[in-house]
Design a protein around this ligand. Structure first.
Ligand code: ATP
Ligand code: MG
Ligand code: MG
Length: 586
C-alpha cells in the first residue's frame, strides 16, 4: 500500500508507546469521579484522544479534518477517541447542534465505543469537579477573586512589550478568596462583577500566563445543568481538566492554542501534585488548521450565511458543513480520504477545493450507477420512424447499471420517434471539431441507433424548438453489423414516452473568491450570485424508483444525488454533486 502522508503526531505516539509513557497509568471508573479515577486498573486502550466540539453550530469540513485525525489515530493505535461536548458556554449551545454533531460524526464512519463502553461525554458533567479543583487552587494560594472591572483587567494585563500590573485584589488571603468565591457561586453578585483568576505571573512574556480567568459569573440557564450554576468555568480552565478526567493521552488541537499550552501544563501539574489527578497528565499537541479554497470554515460566519438567508439552512448543498456536503452527495469515504491524504503538520494549510472533489469523483466512479439524463432539453424527432417500424413501435434498449459492476444489474429503456436531447448537442452551423448533431451529420443515440440530422425548427426569435433526424436502419447497438456505419459522435438522450421529468438543482461554488474571508474582506461580498440554478430535465425510467440519497452518474453530465429531503417517487429532485471533470482550475 502507498506510503502514509507525513503526520508528526503518528511519530510522537509511536515513540511514546515504545517508551511505555502511558503503560503504567492507573485509571478506571467514570470520568469526572476523581475518587474512582485514582483507583482503577491499567487501561486497555493504549491511547485516548478526543474530539471536543462546542455545540454552537454545525460541523464543517475543517472539523472533519480534526475528527478523522483523532478517531483515525485512535483506530490505528488500538485506542479510543471520545466524543466530548464542550458545553461550558450556556448561552450559545442548542440541542439541535448536539444532535447534528452526533449524526455527522457517525455518518463520517466513526464511533466512540470501546470494548462495549460508549465514550460520549459532556464538559458540564465535570462542573462539580472543576469547582472543587478551583477551591483547591484557592486554598493553596494559586487562585484569587478579582473585582477589577473588565476594563481595568484589560489595561492591567499589559501587552507584548509591557509587563502586566498586579490587581489590588491579588494579595487577599486564601480564606477571604474562598469566602468570596463561595458567594459568587451562591449567586450574590451580578454578571461581570468579578472573576476567579489563577495566580501565576503578571510579568510573564506569555500573556496567557498573566493570571488567566478561571471562572466567570453568568446567570444563565444551562441545557444540562439547568440553574444549578451561576458561575461557569472558562474554556482554558475547563479543557485541560476535561482531558485529564477522561484519561486523554494526546490532546490534539489547532495551532492557535499553542500559547495556551503552558497554562494547560501549569494547571494539570498543580492538580496532580495536589493529588486531585493522576500522572502522567495529558499532553497538548497542536497541528495546522485545514483551510479549503472557495469555502469558509468558521461557525460564526456559516451561521451568518444561514441567518441572513444567503443559503437555505445549514444543510444547503452549497454549504461546507458536513450536513451540506452529505446533502450535496459527498461520500464519507471521500472526506476521510482527503483528511488522510493531508496528514498533520505544524503549519496551517490551504487545500485546493479540487482535491476534495477529486477524492469524491474517484470514489463515485467505482460505485455510482449510470443513467442517461437530459439537462437542457430540446425535442428530437425521428421522421422516418413510423415508416420503418410503425408509429407505435418502441425499440427496447439496455445497458449495464455500471460498466465494471455486473452485480448492479441492467437498466432498460426504449427508443421511440420522439426523444429529448441536450440543446448543446445540436448546432445548426457546427463549430470546428463539433461531431454531434448538425444537418448532414450522423451520430449514435447511445445504446440505440445511428441517426442522421436533417435540420431543425425554430421559433420567431430563432431559438431551436425541435431537431429533426432520420434513423439509419440496422444500426441498433449490440446487433450484428451495427458498427458498419461509422460515426464520430455519440450523444445521450431520454425517450419522451418513458422519460421522467425531474427537478435538477445545479450548483456552482458558493463564493467566487478563493479566500472569501481573507484579511478584512467581508465574505458576503464574495458570494457567487449564480451558485444555484434549478431546471427541469428528463431522466431515464430506471430512476423512477430511486430512493432519496442515492447517487448516480448521469452519463456525460456528472454525478447527481436524489435530494435526501425533497426527492420523492413521482416528484424526483436531483442535486448535481459535481461535474465529471475538474472545473476549479486556477
Ligand atoms: P469555529 O472557529 O468554526 O467555531 P472551533 O474550532 O471553535 O471552530 P470547535 O467546535 O471548538 O469549533 O472545534 C472542535 C475541534 O475542531 C477543535 O479541536 C478545533 O481545533 C477543530 N477544528 C475546527 N476547525 C478546524 C479546521 N479548519 N482544521 C482542523 N481542525 C479544526
Ligand atoms: Mg472552539
Ligand atoms: Mg472558533
Amino acid at each position: 500500500s502507498a506510503a502514509k502522508p507525513a503526520n508528526f503526531l503518528r511519530s510522537i505516539i509511536e515513540r511514546e508507546l515504545q517508551e511505555g509513557v502511558y503503560a503504567q497509568r492507573q485509571w478506571g471508573g467514570a470520568p469526572g469521579d476523581a475518587a474512582s479515577h485514582q483507583a482503577g486498573s491499567a487501561d486497555p486502550a493504549r491511547v485516548r484522544l478526543r474530539f471536543p466540539p462546542e455545540p454552537n453550530g454545525y460541523l464543517h469540513i475543517g472539523h472533519a479534518k480534526s475528527i478523522c485525525l483523532n478517531f483515525g489515530l485512535a483506530r490505528d493505535f488500538g485506542g479510543v477517541c471520545h466524543l466530548r461536548f464542550d458545553d461550558t458556554n450556556p448561552e450559545k449551545e442548542e440541542q439541535e447542534y448536539v444532535d447534528a454533531i452526533i449524526e455527522m460524526v457517525k455518518w463520517l464512519g466513526w464511533d466512540w465505543n470501546f470494548q462495549g463502553t460508549e465514550h460520549l461525554y459532556w464538559a458540564s458533567g465535570y462542573f462539580d469537579f472543576m469547582y472543587r479543583a478551583a477551591e483547591h487552587l484557592i486554598e493553596r494560594g494559586l487562585a484569587y477573586v478579582d473585582e477589577q472591572t473588565p476594563e481595568q483587567m484589560r489595561a492591567n494585563r499589559g501587552d507584548f512589550t509591557t509587563p502586566g500590573t498586579d490587581s489590588p485584589f491579588r494579595h487577599r488571603s486564601a480564606d477571604e478568596n474562598l469566602a468570596r468565591f463561595r458567594a459568587m457561586r451562591a449567586g450574590e453578585f451580578p454578571d461581570g462583577a468579578m472573576v476567579l483568576r489563577a495566580k501565576i505571573d503578571m510579568a510573564s512574556p506569555n500573556i496567557n500566563l498573566r493570571d488567566p480567568a478561571l471562572y466567570r459569573i453568568k446567570h444563565a440557564h444551562h441545557h444540562a445543568t439547568g440553574d444549578t450554576w451561576c458561575i461557569y468555568p472558562m474554556y482554558t480552565y475547563a479543557h485541560p481538566i476535561e482531558d485529564a478526567l477522561e484519561n486523554i493521552t494526546h490532546s490534539i488541537c489547532t495551532l492557535e492554542f499553542e500559547d495556551q499550552r503552558p497554562f494547560y501544563d501549569w494547571l494539570l501539574a498543580r492538580l496532580t501534585e495536589g493529588g486531585l489527578l493522576n500522572a502522567p497528565a495529558p499532553k497538548q499537541h497542536e497541528f495546522g488548521r485545514l483551510n479549503l479554497t472557495y469555502v469558509i470554515t468558521s461557525k460564526r460566519k456559516l451561521k451568518a450565511l444561514v441567518d441572513e438567508g444567503h443559503v437555505q439552512g445549514w444543510d444547503d448543498p452549497r454549504m461546507p458543513t458536513l450536513a451540506g456536503l452529505r446533502r450535496r452527495g459527498y461520500t464519507p469515504a471521500a472526506i476521510r480520504k482527503m483528511a488522510e491524504d493531508t496528514g498533520a503538520s505544524k503549519s496551517n494549510i490551504w487545500l485546493d477545493y479540487s482535491v476534495l472533489e477529486g477524492a469524491l469523483r474517484a470514489d463515485l466512479e467505482g460505485q455510482a450507477a449510470r443513467a442517461m439524463a437530459v439537462i437542457d432539453p430540446v425535442p428530437l424527432t425521428l421522421t422516418n420512424w413510423a415508416e420503418l417500424y410503425g408509429a407505435e413501435h418502441r425499440e427496447p434498449c439496455g445497458a449495464p447499471a455500471h460498466p465494471q459492476l455486473p452485480e448492479l444489474g441492467q437498466r432498460s429503456f426504449s427508443l421511440g420517434p420522439e426523444v429529448w436531447i441536450d440543446r448543446d448537442d445540436f448546432a445548426e452551423v457546427p463549430p470546428k471539431g463539433f461531431f454531434r448533431l448538425f444537418p448532414g451529420n450522423k451520430v449514435r443515440l447511445k445504446y440505440g441507433m445511428v441517426v442522421e440530422c436533417t435540420g431543425c425548427e425554430k421559433d420567431a426569435d430563432g431559438r431551436v424548438t425541435r431537431v429533426l433526424a432520420t434513423v439509419v436502419p440496422d444500426t441498433k447497438s449490440g446487433t450484428p453489423g451495427a458498427d458498419a456505419v461509422k460515426v464520430k459522435g455519440t450523444i445521450t438522450w431520454v425517450g419522451q414516452h418513458d422519460g421522467i421529468a425531474a427537478e435538477l438543482r445545479l450548483f456552482d461554488r458558493l463564493f467566487s473568491q478563493a479566500q472569501p474571508d481573507a484579511g478584512d474582506a467581508d465574505f458576503r461580498d464574495a458570494l457567487n450570485p449564480a451558485s444555484k440554478t434549478v431546471v427541469t430535465g428528463y431522466v431515464e425510467p430506471s430512476l423512477a424508483t430511486a430512493a432519496p440519497d442515492t447517487r448516480f452518474q448521469f452519463e456525460r453530465h456528472g454525478y447527481f444525488v436524489t435530494d435526501r429531503k425533497d426527492h420523492q417517487a413521482g416528484a424526483p429532485v436531483f442535486n448535481r454533486v459535481t461535474t465529471l471533470k475538474d472545473s476549479w482550475g486556477k
